[in-house]
Design a protein around this ligand. Sequence first.
Ligand code: F6R
Length: 598
Amino acid sequence: MCGIVGYIGKKEKKSLIINGLKELEYRGYDSAGLAVLKDEELSFFKAVGKLNNLANKCENFESNGLGLAIGHTRWATHGKPNEINAHPHLGQYSCVIHNGIIENYKELKEKLEKEGVSFLSQTDTEVIVALFEHYAKNLEAWQAFEKCVHELRGAFAILLISKKDKEKIFFAKNAAPLIVGKNAQNELFFSSGDAPLIGHCEDVIYLEDLSFGYASKDELTIYENNKLKTPVFTKLPQDKSYAQKDGFRFFMEKEIYEQSRVLSEVLMGRVEGGEIVFDELKDENLKELSEITLCACGTSYHAALASAYLFERVAKVKTKVEIASEFRYKDALITPNSLFIVISQSGETADTLEALKIAKQKGAKTFAICNVDNSSIVRLAHLSILTRAGIEKGVASTKAFASQMLTLWAISLYIAKEKGFDIHEHLQALLHTPNVVVVSPTLHERIRRLSKRYLDGHGFFFIGRDVFYPLALEGALKLKELSYLHAEGYASGEMKHGPIALADSKLYTIALMPQHLLYEKVKSNVEELIARDSTLLCISALDFDLSDDLIKINPQKHYMNEFFEMMLVLQLLALEISIRLGNDVDMPRNLAKSVTVE
Ligand code: F6R
């Protein structure tokens, strides 16, 4: 998502910061900014769009000689991607850049507004600099920063500079990465990833959560858990492509591992005091909804299919699901008081965009569930909710699917709550979901070892019931697009209506057997396949002696938690089979990340 760089030294600071930010471009961003503090002067520049726009804005600015510099690329979460919301955020004499989300920013903002502070942007970040300056009225800069950090809740990597102490960069880190680097010339660097540091410094400290401190030319002070810590540097690996993938073999693998963090971000600010909160929906009257139509393509369509079960079961709203390319030409009827929701990672998929236009023309109220702010779909829909997955580089969707599913589930709970239904159990499960998708080394290794048995055969069937049926479709799609092996997803009750004719030992069936949803039903479908000698790989929390292979998931309390853990297993399985087959996992043949043609 966002990127951070910082520098203390004598080199030309503008180019150093922009070049550093370029190394973080692959994470995606929609605006950028930088600030330099040298002598008495605090200069800052911001621009919407690519880094070239920022470079153009500060074309005539140069800063040599000892000073401080910070730079940021922003991926919008709170507030539109415009210059006001871009970082650095300014106070009277200080400025701040920040990655992550300050969960309690609203209460802090209200508190400061009562003290007469006014805010320019819609961001959570601006409260940091305002709070710092509020305390700095009566305290030294370092003490004010310390006090300010203690009041922040949420995920953050923060760099702050202030004319009140023009020799120091103040920093804080919790649940968002921040690295400090140094070199033999006594220069200090900050970054949210390794890549900008490579070539500039050899030694780094990967700050731990709940760290904060300050750095100057001659001093680095770090507190961890409020205890002073002796800075211990480690060697920085010098391979850039390895650094961009954070050491993973493929971007897709990295994105699978990122899912836990991404899902925490999806939930940030959306569950408060046991209530589901969607600021985006607060002016909508969703109690009276008569019908929802969900419309999308590919993986996003699978998220639509799975969430349709939740909209009907939990929110009790009649829900239809449409493939966007089909919807375009079917002259569909739009019922009054119905809601048309399009789901898209890129926000640019031609079929989904066209379906949205048609639904809007026919008078439907339209929502977009999308990962890219300012995309065509977001701009066209009446209302949009961002899925906060960050840029997805692997062509095959993984974390984007996870974030769509969690967002849609949360929306279904929001509607259910509006209608007065008890959502307690679902809410507990929703909050637990980020823990469920943490990749354990044992699970990954088990799947890696098993994958060697599934490299041939005449086909794969992925089967499941209820929400696990769309998940089976998604598992089959992941496998076929990455491995080029033939795979289909089926509702497990449908096998006996035809597909079971293919069953033999070279037909591999991947069965999703959740403990908490229709277990016995799926089990009898699986037994029918075993009786026909199909090779069975079962995914379940329960033992199942008849299966050829079993991938055990952790016992969960709720079927939706089983859903997310099984999703992880299916992603890792497709990844490992494809790696064994020698395929380019990040760029499978014939596929594009954003399908902007019909
Ligand atoms: C599969 C995949 C595609 C997309 C589809 C829709 O892994 O990524 O099936 O889901 O092309 O794209 P978006 O969500 O961008 O509309």
